[in-house]
Structure formats: structure tokens, C-alpha cells
Write a protein that binds this ligand. Structure first.
Ligand code: NDP
Length: 332
């Protein structure tokens, strides 16, 4: 079976040279361990941070060791009373065709309730991130304007839809006209703008014609500068991600328009979804209910083949994904 190791710490945008495909034996199981056959792998922007040797909320990946991320898989052998062969589980598992995991590190999922891939997207980490960042920090009120960057991605697409449910006017920012159309015609965003157009600042001003009450920031950099120029009094800014800087060497500068925050008495708060782990159950129940009621929609971009995991990851920085980027490794 194949595993993917971090071969080098990337400088700038990672390349295929930073990854190593290694042939390893299928692991043998210790007590309370479960052997999981990988079905779907999630590639996520935060994993870029773990490739650097830098202190963060989560330790760096080690060189010449297997990369770990969100995986949905099927139990193929079990030394745990809690799991049977055939169970579908989710967890932070190896970029490998098979992983041996401790029973406490995986969670059983019910394939009859929602497609199993949703546990890596709308019902998983990205959905929870959208939920807590928007509702706990953003606190959208009826009639307010919510702007979200990275709007057509896993987190952003859910942020906008929850904001709509709360009665806000929603403006999405994304990197292609196709994504802009999707946000408006499929997800019900009131407005959406393409940040790659020369007219972006003006387009955003037209779209957010009453100013910005909540800015859910997934990208940072110049996109964020453009939004800061439009902040309303007492704006709230859940600071979720800064993907525009993840491949920059050295420190990015900013926020560059902090005076906009002083003038508007705005509140900006960074967070990681793990801050809210005590409340994951309630949030997952809400997200599941809204999904079942048809109030939330989602899209997945699924690449096939274990060998395509690194490429799918790199695609996040080019915006090749619409909604959640996944890799299908094997059939259930
Ligand atoms: P996405 O599904 O949104 O994929 C990343 C998207 O980012 C791409 O599709 C691309 O869309 C956009 N992008 C890439 N490069 C740039 C750039 N230079 N400037 C602007 N946009 C860019 O990923 P996720 O939804 O999983 O994550 C979104 C953000 O949320 C990330 O920053 C991530 O790190 C963060 N995050 C934070 C968490 C937390 O706990 N705080 C948890 C989960 C995610 P486009 O075509 O529009 O450019």
C-alpha cells in the first residue's frame, strides 16, 4: 500500500517534489486499534501551515513521515469492540491507502443520513468553522450586510447560506465568473463579485451598497483591504483564514487598513474551529437539520485516485475547486 510523506518543507507554492510516495506494508493492529481502508481524503488549506517548521495551534508535519488529514474510510479489521468491519468512519488519518487508528481517534458515521463525504465538508470541519465563526463572532442580524471572501469554497459557501438564513444580505467574493454565477444562481447569494477583475473595488462597492456589517475573512491580503474600505460602524470580522499569504515567504504585512477599524469601532477576532470543540455536537445537529430541510446546499469537487492527492491540494491555491475539494481513493 502507498503512503504520502512530506519530503521537503516547501518554499512558496508547494510542488510535487515536496511529496514522496512510499510503499509500506499494511499496518498490523495493536489492542483497541482499527484498520481503516481510505475511501475519501480531504485536502485543506490549513495543511500548508503544517508543512512549515513553525509554532502554531497544531504541530508541524515531520519530514519523511506520513501526512495526516481528514479522511473517511471503511473499517477492514478491528481490535476494538466499538467498531466492526464495514463501518464507515471519519478521523484525522494518514495520507495512505490504509491507516491503523486508535478507537478513540475515529468516529462512526451513518451513511443512511447523508452522503459519507459530507463529513469532510458541510457536516465536518469546514461546516463547523463556518457555523461558529459566523454565528459566534459575526452575529448576523436581519438586514445587515455580510461579505464573505473565499465564498465559493468549502467554508465560504456555507457562511453565505447561514447568513441568508439569518436574514442578512450576502455578498460573496470569489475568483472566477463561474463561481460568481454559482453563488448567485445556486446558493442564493444576493450579490457576488470576482476579485480578479480590474473593477473589483468598484464592483464590491456596488454590491455592498449599504456598507459591510460583517466580513468573514478567508483570504486576507488585497481582497481584505478592499472590504475594509467599506466597513460600517461596529462591523464584526471573524478572521478565519488568510490563504493569500500561505505561500508567501516571510511575514505578510497587515491588516493594512486598520484605521478603518478605528473609525468604525469594528471588532476583529481570530479563531480556530477547535476553540469550539465542546459545542461540536449542537452545531453538527443544526447543520444536519438544515441540510435535510434543504436550507443548505453544497458542492464537492472530487478528484479520483490516490496519486492525485498532492495535486488536489495544490489546486486549492489556484482555486480549481468549487465547494469542498476531495480525493476519492477507493469505492466503499
Ligand atoms: P476553500 O474550499 O475555500 O479553498 C481555497 C480557496 O481559496 C480556493 O478555491 C480559491 O478560490 C481561494 N484562493 C486561493 N488563493 C487565493 C488568493 N491568493 N486570494 C484569494 N483567494 C484565494 O478552502 P476552505 O473553505 O477549506 O478554507 C477557506 C479558508 O478558511 C482558508 O483560509 C482556511 O485556511 C481557513 N480555515 C480556517 C479554519 C479555522 O479553524 N480558522 C478551519 C478551516 C479553514 P478562488 O477561486 O475564489 O480564488
Amino acid at each position: 500500500q502507498q503512503e504520502i510523506y512530506l519530503a521537503k518543507r516547501p518554499t512558496g507554492l508547494p510542488t510535487m517534489e515536496d511529496f514522496n510516495f512510499v510503499e509500506r506494508p499494511i499496518p498490523t493492529l495493536k489492542d483497541k486499534e482499527v484498520l481503516i481502508r481510505t475511501l475519501y481524503v480531504s485536502v485543506d488549506p490549513y495543511m500548508r501551515g503544517r508543512m512549515q517548521d513553525a509554532k502554531s495551534y497544531i504541530p508541524p508535519f515531520k519530514l519523511d513521515e506520513v501526512i495526516v488529514g481528514g479522511v473517511v474510510g471503511e473499517v477492514s479489521k478491528s481490535n476494538s469492540d466499538a467498531f466492526q468491519p464495514g463501518d464507515v468512519v471519519v478521523g484525522n488519518l494518514n495520507w495512505a491507502e490504509y491507516t491503523a487508528a486508535m478507537e478513540k481517534d475515529i468516529r462512526k458515521i451513518d451513511p443512511s443520513i447523508a452522503p459519507i463525504t459530507t463529513h469532510l465538508g458541510i457536516l465536518g470541519m469546514p461546516g463547523l468553522t463556518a457555523y461558529f465563526g459566523l454565528l459566534d463572532i459575526g452575529k448576523p442580524q436581519k438586514g445587515e450586510t455580510v461579505v464573505v471572501s473565499g465564498a465559493a469554497g468549502a467554508v465560504g459557501s456555507i457562511v453565505g447560506q447561514i447568513a441568508k438564513m439569518k436574514g442578512a444580505k450576502v455578498v460573496g467574493i470569489a475568483g472566477s465568473d463561474e463561481k460568481v454565477d454559482y453563488l448567485k444562481s445556486e446558493l442564493g447569494f444576493d450579490e457576488a463579485v470576482n476579485y480578479k477583475n480590474d473593477s473589483f473595488q468598484q464592483d464590491l462597492e456596488n454590491a455592498a451598497s449599504d456598507g459591510v456589517d460583517i466580513y468573514f475573512d478567508n483570504v486576507g491580503g488585497e481582497v481584505t483591504d478592499a472590504v475594509f474600505r467599506l466597513l460600517n460602524k461596529h462591523a464584526r470580522i471573524p478572521l478565519c483564514g488568510a490563504i493569500s499569504s500561505y505561500n508567501k515567504e516571510g511575514q505578510d504585512v497587515g491588516p493594512r487598513l486598520q484605521s478603518a477599524m478605528i473609525k468604525t469601532s469594528a471588532l476583529m477576532k481570530g479563531f480556530t474551529v477547535g476553540d469550539y470543540s465542546a459545542d461540536f455536537g449542537t452545531a453538527a445537529a443544526d447543520l444536519g437539520k438544515w441540510l435535510a430541510e434543504g436550507k443548505l446546499k453544497y458542492n464537492e469537487t472530487i478528484v479520483e485516485g490516490f496519486e492525485n492527492i498532492p495535486n488536489a491540494f495544490l489546486g486549492l491555491f489556484e482555486g480549481t475547486n468549487l465547494g469542498k475539494q476531495l480525493v476519492k481513493v477507493a469505492d466503499p
